[in-house]
Structure formats: C-alpha cells, structure tokens
Design a protein around this ligand. Structure first.
Ligand SMILES: O=C(O)C(=O)C[C@]1(C(=O)O)C=C[C@@H](O)C=C1
Length: 460
C-alpha cells in the first residue's frame, strides 16, 4: 500500500525568524499530516482515500470539513464524493496521544473520504450520501448532513476535560522547556504534549488531540512573541486564562566542558535576548544561534556531543539531558517573567467576583490617527489597559493617502491588540466595547479570563 503525506497548509506568511537548527525529535508532534492511500478494493472500480485537512473542531461526535484536498489519477470521471466519518472520536479512551508519528496520524485520522467512480455511485449511494464535487473536484466545503454539529451543552463549556480525568495540554518545545513548566503551573497534573511549533499547538486543540494549549505571548525583557499574536487571529481558539512564569536561565554544557572551550551558544531567540548582557559580562562574545526552544538546545548539545557549544535553558533541562550548569541565573534581570495564555476551544463564562482581564483585537478604518478615540472608550469608564500591541494588518497592509499637489503617502495599517483590566461580565466593559465597535471596522474578543494573581518572587 502506498502512503503519501500531505502537509497541513503550513504558514507561508510566517514572519518569525526561523531558527537555524531543525532539531530532530521523534517525540514531538511535528506536523499535521494524514495518510493518503488507495483503498485495496479488488474490483475494477478503484476507490481512493483522500487526505483531510483542517478537520474543524466541534464535539467529537460531530465533525465538519473545512477543506478537503486530494490528488487523484484514475478514475478520471469523478462526480461524487462520499464522506465517511469513522466511529472513533478524535479523543482516545487511552488518554493521551502516543509518542510515535503513527500514533499521531491515527489520532488525526478521524475521517476518511472515499471517492468512487460514477458507475459505482449510481449502484450504491443514497441521495443523502452524495455531495457534488466543486471546482473540478479539487476542493469543497462540506458538512455531511448526518454529521451536523450538535448544540453545545453546559458540560462543553466546563473547564474540566471532556474525556478521562487528565487534561491534555499542548505546548511548544520539548520536555524541560519553560512552556512545559507553564503548562504545569496552569494545569497541575496535566498531561503535557510537546509540539514543535506554536501553530501545531493551536491545531492540536482544534483537532481534539489536546484540550488546552499554553503559549507564551510576552516576556518582561524580550517583549512580545509576535507569532502567537498573529496565530490568535488566524485560529478560532479562546483565551481562558493566563499564567506568569519566572524564567531563570542557566548556561549548560557537556560535563567537563569549561567556558574557555566554548565558541557557540544556542537557545530560543527570546532566551538569547534575555541573557545578552550577561553573556557579554561572562566574556562569552561568541556566536549566538537560535533554535526552536531552550530545552531543545540542551538536547541538541547532548545528542551531538558538542564540546564547543553551550545551551541556555532551565536547570530541569540540564537534568533531563545530562548537562552541567556552567552559570546559573544568567538572565539580564532577576525579575525575568514570561506571560503565557491558556487556550481552549470554548470560552469560559466571565465573572465579576474575582479579577478578570479581557483581550481584544481591532482594526480602524482610519488607522492609527484615531486610535486615541477608540482607547478613550476605556479611559472614560476608568478601565485600565494592561497591554497594547500593534501588528501589520495583513489583509490590508497599506493605505494610500493622496494630495494631488504633494503626491501619495503610504500609511501602514495595523491590527491593535489590547488587554484591559475588566471582565466581559462587567457592564463598563460591555459599554466600552459597544462604543469601540462603532469606531472600528473589525473587532474580536479573544477572551475574558481570570488574571494570574499568584504570589511571585524572582528567585522562584
Ligand atoms: O524555549 C522555551 O523553553 C520556551 O518555553 C519558549 C520561551 C518563549 O517563547 O519565550 C518561553 C519562555 C522564555 O521566555 C523563553 C522561551
């Protein structure tokens, strides 16, 4: 049986500087791929299984197709596609995705589509099964009639896992990454699922492989993690919480290696940025190289027995990958903290009895020039903003402003991400957003969620 893998779209617009190393790691979820294979039917009416991309999340028993693609040679005359959902829900009772690619694929492969020749269809298909192929059978948007989404019940909105007892939480990186620690802080005793990219963590939740994702959005020294701001907009997940993690970096190397032997230090770009001054103070004016995550850097040094390379990572990563700590607490500021958001398929119900924060994103037709008017809706109601971030408006990146005599100016267009200090259950927030909506051409509430109020000390 031949097997063909199709990539899940990827992110052609990725603006993040890609790390130089692609660390090999069988344990991580690497991409969202589904197997494509001919159905071994012995008769002449060849059947083909299609790869399904972007199975949109909804309760496991109801599945909708966002996009289906296929590459088919025979049979040439295809007029009908029959969509078949397997009886297995995306979440397995074994509780947790297996570690191999095969396990990942079988977890993903919740759907199979069968294309049959016209002749075979006329024999077997019922009207309800038949769905007309669109655009010369290269893509289609379908919701099988017998698989329409079920209405949400109150239990769907509950923050508890919808299966078994262990909450499965996707994070970017490998074990020992700060994101894994953040997942554990957000959801103690969770089953943390490593993913090799932020986008994979988003998709793991959308595909019911994970129940939550915990992803970094900003660091007190390095600033915003722009990639996740962009992904928040491109995916339909909701922010249901935040967690702030003190980040305590160590310089790690193979046992016996001294600082003088080093000519390279590798880590996540944020970690390199957070330790820049300290590395210089330590006399380490050596090459810095960015990799996918801090613990992945430690693993890379250990796996390749690199005696000239150090990694910046956590003490736990040193322990996991058998490295020694050459220097401890090398972040440029002792109160180095990274803020992570917790993401889920459903929003939580906002409350007013505990401190809540709300995150929104909006765009304005006249761009930045009237931003102050939008923000005054919050000022007028005494609602404090805790964060504001602007990102390029990719659907409309440039606005031309012309004056015949002077020429044409190009203004860049932005999306504005704002966090404010109020719950969506608070009437002040509702009124502020009603006003903001009047000004804006686009507005989305990313989530209303409890603030992380846990006591924190830099040395934690
Ligand atoms: O590389 C890791 O360990 C991560 O969890 C990622 C990350 C980040 O993206 O900012 C998280 C916290 C630290 O700020 C450094 C890196």
């Amino acid at each position: 049986m031949s097997e063909q893998h199709l990539n899940d779209g990827g992110d052609e617009n990725c603006d993040e500087q890609r790390p130089k190393h692609k660390l090999s790691d069988q344990k991580r979820v690497t991409d969202l791929q589904l197997a494509t294979s001919p159905n071994n039917n012995t008769n002449n009416n060849t059947n083909y299984h299609l790869s399904i991309m972007h199975c949109v999340s909804s309760p496991p028993s109801s599945i909708s197709f966002n996009r289906i693609t296929h590459s088919l040679r025979p049979p040439k005359q295809i007029t009908t596609i029959q969509c078949v959902a397997t009886t297995n829900p995306p979440l397995t009772s074994s509780g947790g995705i297996g570690k191999s690619r095969a396990d990942w694929q079988s977890s993903c492969a919740i759907l199979a589509s069968k294309v049959e020749s016209q002749q075979q269809n006329t024999d077997k298909s019922t009207d309800a099964d038949q769905i007309t192929v669109v655009n010369g059978h290269t893509s289609l948007d379908l919701v099988p009639i017998n698989k329409l989404p079920k209405p949400l019940t109150i239990s769907d909105l509950s923050p508890s896992p919808s299966h078994g007892s262990t909450l499965r939480v996707a994070y970017q990186g490998v074990p020992g990454a700060y994101s894994e620690a953040a997942a554990g802080k957000a959801y103690p005793n969770c089953d943390a699922i490593p993913c090799d990219q932020f986008e994979v963590a988003f998709q793991a939740v959308e595909l019911w492989i994970a129940d939550r994702a915990v992803l970094p959005v900003e660091n007190s020294l390095g600033g915003s993690i722009h990639r996740n701001y962009d992904l928040l907009l491109r995916h339909r997940l909701h922010i249901v919480g935040e967690v702030q993690l003190p980040v305590h970096h160590c310089l790690l190397a193979l046992p016996g290696v001294r600082k003088e032997y080093l000519n390279r230090v590798i880590s996540h770009p944020q970690a390199l940025a957070q330790c820049e001054l300290t590395l210089t103070k330590l006399g380490l004016n050596i090459t810095r190289e960015a990799v996918d995550d801090t613990a992945g850097a430690a693993e890379f040094v250990a796996a390749n027995n690199l005696r000239d390379t150090a990694a910046i990572a956590s003490a736990r990563a040193a322990e996991l990958y058998g490295l020694e700590i050459l220097a401890d607490g090398i972040q440029d500021d002792s109160s180095n903290v990274t803020r992570f958001v917790m993401l889920a398929r459903e929003p939580i119900i906002p409350r007013v009895d505990i401190p809540f924060k709300t995150s929104i994103v909006f765009a304005h037709e006249q761009g930045t020039s009237v931003l102050f008017k939008v923000l005054s809706a919050f000022a007028f109601r005494n609602i404090s903003l805790t964060k504001i971030e602007s990102r390029p408006h990719r659907n409309r990146p440039i606005r031309l402003v012309g004056d015949e005599n002077v020429g044409t100016a190009k203004h860049f267009e932005y999306l504005f991400y704002v966090d404010f200090d109020a719950s969506m259950a608070d009437v002040r927030a509702q009124n502020a957003l009603a006003e903001v909506q009047e000004f804006t051409s686009f507005l989305r509430v990313l989530g209303s969620y409890p603030m992380d109020m846990t006591p924190w000390s830099p040395s934690q």
